[in-house]
Design a binder for this molecule. Structure first.
Ligand SMILES: [Fe+2]
Length: 278
């Protein structure tokens, strides 16, 4: 998709691995960082990010834009994001298709929206507002969820496609979140991927989840599961080459394990691309 170049296979850069960056002890095609963690004036994280940026492209991934919420979009947040964009020139910026705050109170969670025409109109207008303010298109990510709304009128994939089309933004497709939701809510993950608007998918997330017995929880503290690797394959068959990122946020392993995940994703991509060109 225009504005979102293919940049290969990356990892989410998290504090336990910061010390590896200045000496070049970590290698990834690119790094994704949580935008909010760098909205500071000085300090070690910014020094690390500067070093990472000298080595590779970076992407800012936000967790509190509250795109689906009803509180006004925060001008101070967008101002801070603008400062980061100017300083680090990220390949792109992303946030989630969710809500997470109400009346100025943050839930610190990425909560799903009802999939209705009303919320579609609401969230698309807010994405449009953010894109105008930043002067560029963003990516929106499908979230994992543990509830659905009785008044939803369309499946999640249809909502995601419609929001992206109406706001003219890209999609960050988290295939682990698709798997978690498919298990929790009883739909077909393969059908979700089959129906996704392939031209708008500019990034893929891979992560691990936990099995709570009655449902899956998107904990980002495990290796990527086999069904999720299968979904990556399906997504690449559907979309072609897509920049792919490994997210690991708790019980973070040595960097080598992240590298092994990146290489497995790269190998799957290579196979799919060569099969597509036959
Ligand atoms: Fe994700």
């Amino acid at each position: 998709m225009e504005g979102f170049p293919y940049i290969g296979h990356g990892v989410g850069l998290r504090p336990p691995h910061y010390r590896l960056i200045p000496g070049g002890g970590a290698r990834a095609d690119w790094y994704e960082v949580i935008s909010e963690n760098f909205m500071i004036r000085a300090g070690w994280p910014l020094i690390v990010l500067e070093k990472a940026r000298e080595q590779s492209p970076i992407v800012f991934h936000g967790v509190s834009l509250n795109l689906g919420g009803t509180d006004p979009l925060r001008s101070d947040y967008l101002e801070e994001l603008g400062i980061l964009i100017k300083r680090f020139e990220p390949a792109w910026i992303s946030d989630h298709l969710c809500w997470g705050a109400f009346g100025g109170h943050f839930t610190h969670d990425l909560l799903p929206l009802p999939y209705t025409e009303e919320s579609l109109k609401h969230v698309a207008a807010r994405i449009d507002q953010v894109q105008h303010r930043l002067g560029r298109r963003i990516l929106i990510e499908n979230v994992s969820s543990y509830l659905t709304y009785r008044h939803s009128t369309m499946p999640e994939w249809e909502f995601l496609n419609a929001v992206a089309q109406r706001a003219d933004c890209g999609i960050l497709l988290d295939v682990n979140n698709i798997h978690v939701n498919a298990q929790n809510h009883g739909f077909s993950a393969a059908e979700y991927i089959e129906r996704i608007c392939a031209q708008r998918v500019a990034q893929i997330h891979l992560a691990g989840h936990s099995d709570a017995g009655t449902h899956l929880v998107d904990t980002h503290d495990h290796p990527v599961s086999e069904p999720v690797w299968q979904l990556l394959r399906l997504a690449l068959e559907r979309c072609g080459r897509v920049s792919t990122l490994i997210e690991w946020d708790a019980r973070i392993p040595e960097f080598e394990q992240l590298t092994a995940h990146m290489e497995r994703a790269r190998a799957i991509e290579r196979t799919v691309v060569s099969e597509r060109s036959e």
